[in-house]
Design a protein around this ligand. Structure first.
Ligand SMILES: [Zn+2]
Length: 215
């Protein structure tokens, strides 16, 4: 009588069970990995959304409307005028804070309205509208306003205009004459790290003179 291979079916069943367990383990490992990737992607996407829409500062900062020149810009402007005067250069400020309505009026000049085009910015698109920019010009010997960048009234062989620009930059101003697309030679501004989009959303640098923004 041939001995029955009693063990064989048992072994085979055990192997099947092992295989099933291994499959189960692999599948739960895959699920776990998938879950991890999902969490990672969602996290990155969420962070992108938050940073793109500046949701974090918006939640903590009430929306405001700026109504005057920023005090620090004002004080640096006064220093600039004084420092230029010490060098024999008479600086005049031709524009500082402009409301969005004033900016719109200025934008229409040379377009729908008579005159020369003086700006490419509509209301809300200029740092002037947030009290962070000033425009300057020089006075000639007769006290007349001039936009002559060659003028050298203190006779030191350097353009008075560019001397003022150097002083302003040292005080922390950004000069419109350095811009790539539209060079704005009489223009100085301080951003305090704020983009135009943030300012348009009703945010303002600390110290700004503001009133609450109507919804
Ligand atoms: Zn300007």
């Amino acid at each position: 009588m041939m001995p029955e291979p009693t063990n064989k079916p048992t072994t085979s069943r055990a192997t099947r069970t092992n295989k099933r367990n291994r499959k189960k383990a692999a599948s739960s490992l895959r699920s776990l990995l998938l879950l991890l990737i999902c969490v990672l992607v969602a996290g990155i996407a969420g962070w992108k959304i938050v940073t793109n829409f500046d949701l974090v500062p918006e939640l903590s900062q009430p929306k405001v409307k700026v109504i005057a020149l920023h005090p620090e810009v004002q004080s640096k402007m006064n220093t600039l005028i004084r420092q230029a005067k010490d060098r024999g250069i008479d600086v005049v400020i031709t524009s500082d804070f402009r409301s969005s309505a004033e900016q719109d009026r200025l934008y229409r000049q040379g377009r729908e309205d008579p005159g020369n085009i003086v700006t490419n910015a509509r209301g809300g698109q200029s740092y002037h509208n947030y009290g962070l920019a000033i425009d300057f010009a020089l006075l000639d010997k007769s006290g007349k306003i001039v936009w002559d960048m060659e003028q050298d009234l203190n006779d030191n062989g350097r353009s008075d205009w560019l001397e003022v620009v150097d002083l302003a930059k040292t005080l922390g101003f950004e000069w419109g004459g350095d811009w790539e697309n539209f060079r704005d030679y009489p223009h100085f501004q301080m951003k305090f790290g704020y983009s135009l989009r943030q300012l348009q959303q009703g945010k303002a640098p600390e110290g700004s003179i503001t009133e609450p923004l109507e919804p």
